[in-house]
Design a protein around this ligand. Sequence first.
Ligand code: ADE
Ligand code: ZN
Length: 339
Amino acid sequence: MTTDLSDFIHGLPKAELHVHIEGTFEPALMFAIARRNGISLDYPSVQALQDAYRFNNLQEFLDIYYIGANVLIHEEDFYDLTMAYLRRCKEQTVVHTEIFFDPQTHTDRGIAFDTVIRGIQRALEDGKGKWGITSRLILCFLRHLSEEAAFQTLEQARPYREWICGVGLDSSELGHPPSKFERVFKQAEEEGYLLMAHAGEEGPSAYIREALDILGVVRIDHGNRCLDDEALIQELVERQIPLTLCPLSNLELKVVQNLSDHPVKRMLDQGLLATIHSDDPAYFGGYMHENYLRTAESVGLSRQDICQLAVNSFRASFLDDSNKEMWIDRVKTYCADSG
Ligand code: ADE
Ligand code: ZN
């Protein structure tokens, strides 16, 4: 039976591999938490706040994103934030999610690492219990801060090692190459963390090369700019290094000028292990469903392409092999039954 494209994407099992928990902070929840914490936001209403969400580049977004995060104070706040995101996953058939969190955004304001991670972790456990959503938690170092600060963060994470599967690198990319974090990534690798980094979002393809060769990452977040370097593309294809793309983020941050220019289809056609995710859905106009649907419509993805993206999302995940295969089989069955 052929279904409507939106219904088809809705029911397709998907894995989210690139989402910042602080970027899921919806304005309505931000106002509610600000109120209960006795904090006043600089905007008079949810609408006024949303109207400020117009960005010309990554930095303009980050400036407002870090301000929003300031209202998160108590463990309960991090719990509510994470539960609200998991509810969206449930509604959109996102069955597995790998979530970034930015501890330094909070510890630098005097919020304990323990408060942040306990709130998030408790929600992840409840999301699994209530809805069966599986998850991983990934600690991101803020790259505009020093390597020394990243080392301190890694140290703070040590008591919670079993809750954190990997480390990543986010925030302002230009001027902060992966090589700045060579030693702390080495240390994280020795402690058994999986490694990944944002690279080639605004920064050049050379940053992707550094992330691979100097940091030793197993996954590249974004990676759009790899298309500037033929040898790099070849290596990414051969090694099947995942690129976790975020089309609506790319549109809102002017990484692409039109969604129809998005390279996801060209990447799939070249054999790259491309996947689609939401990045900061509360700021960029959509969660997984909207990212898949609007991209499919604008770029002209076939149902086969969409199925490939869902298969890729599980292949690129940190699930164990048997769960990967189980979900890939389910995606294939779903596509065969409803294509
Ligand atoms: N932090 C949150 N979203 C980000 C993005 N798209 N790039 C870099 N850092 C981020
Ligand atoms: Zn990101």
